[in-house]
Ligand binder design. Structure first.
Ligand SMILES: [Zn+2]
Ligand SMILES: [Zn+2]
Length: 361
């Protein structure tokens, strides 16, 4: 099969012939229909995060089950599925505690994932997905079935960005109706946090970014107010003005830049919650003023929108099919597998919410 190989940081991916194993017991082989191109992949390409290389990136995908291994009962060939980059083992401390998004079972770790071979050597399939490829093999616990009327490009986006962003609002922060919130960063994740807050019934949703076109998009996804933080040197003051001097109840950081996380914390009111959703560089630290904790401010993290994906992804599909969740406006461009480098360039330039690779029909 064809796959885009990542061999070295800061170098373009190359399309190569790669071999993929038949599904082992408990595994499924999925033909990739669509893959989103997510910022997390870019972190590896830019060298901010490290992976064993060469490998196949891509972790936001939907496809059709082609074959199943022994003992698989959840899906059958022909079923349409979204891939999860956090398959659950179903028996560890986190899975049994209802937090499968934190499952760290070695069964699904990098060592178990040698399902691809290139030039005679096993290579990594990133995050149990590796969707910049025509085929993927994963655990049956790494897929969720989706209905026939769900379009595949939109379904793919639920696999990472949408679930992470909407989930950050609905499940990590549990934003209540009437809340006042701010979202720093209006890329793929930020826009989904914004629409998650809208679905939760937040009354004031303040979108913050440095690019006006992204702020316009943010309004479309539910922002009630926007701030271009490049045009103000007093973000905290601007937020106070919009919140009767109090700051916001929930602030989300969706860029992965430590200074932005500090800002998010500083615009959160006493008793409020700051949620760090961005993927921060390895070795980085976030600095916040210690005395603020006497105001009972909470600083919390977010992994995959705290999703229990077999429960939550079908709910997002329902919301989409009812017109309450906008996935179509997120799809800025559609291209083939060989457009992957161009997709990363466009993402870096801030030109797109999401590029979607249409890999097979
Ligand atoms: Zn992602
Ligand atoms: Zn587990």
């Amino acid at each position: 099969m064809k796959a885009a190989i990542f061999e070295q940081a800061n170098k373009p991916l190359t399309i190569e012939d790669v071999d993929i194993i038949d599904p082992r017991p408990g595994e499924v082989l999925v033909r990739t229909s669509c893959s989103g191109v997510c910022h997390s992949d870019l972190h590896f390409i830019d060298g901010l995060w490290q992976l064993p290389m060469p490998c196949v990136l891509g972790h936001e995908a939907a496809g059709v089950v082609e074959a199943i291994g022994d003992g698989v009962s959840y899906v059958a060939p022909g079923d349409r599925v979204i891939m999860s980059f956090r398959p659950f083992c179903g028996k560890c401390y986190y899975c049994l505690g209802g937090r499968p998004n934190l499952c760290n079972s070695p069964e699904h770790g990098q060592q178990s994932a040698s399902r691809l071979t290139w030039k005679g050597k096993p290579i990594l399939q990133f995050a149990n997905v590796g969707s910049f490829a025509e085929m993927m093999v994963t655990s049956e616990n790494g897929v969720v079935k989706i209905p026939e009327d769900m379009p595949m490009a939109e379904a793919a986006l639920i696999g990472c960005g949408v679930m992470t962003g909407v989930g950050a609002a609905l499940y990590t922060a549990d934003v209540p109706g009437g809340a006042t919130v701010a979202v720093i960063g209006c890329g793929g994740i930020g826009l989904n946090i914004i629409q998650g807050c809208r679905i939760a019934g937040a009354a004031r949703i303040i979108a913050i970014d440095i690019i006006d076109s992204k702020l316009d998009l943010a309004k479309r996804f539910g922002a009630t107010h926007t701030i271009n933080s490049k045009q103000t040197d007093d973000l905290e003051g601007a937020i106070r003005e919009l919140t009767q001097g109090m700051g916001v109840e929930y602030a989300f950081e969706a860029i992965g830049v430590p200074a932005a996380a500090t800002q998010a914390f500083n615009i959160t009111r006493a008793g409020g919650t700051t949620v760090v959703v961005g993927m921060h560089p390895m070795g980085s630290s976030i600095s916040v003023p210690g005395p603020a904790f006497l105001q009972e401010k909470k600083l919390i993290g977010c992994m995959y929108g705290s999703t229990r994906f077999r429960e939550h992804m079908p709910k997002l599909i329902d919301l989409f099919l009812q017109g309450k969740l906008d996935l179509t406006s997120l799809v800025s461009r559609r291209m083939k597998l060989d457009g992957v480098n161009e997709a990363f360039r466009a993402m870096k330039a801030g030109e797109v919410a999401r590029s979607v690779l249409e890999i097979s029909n």
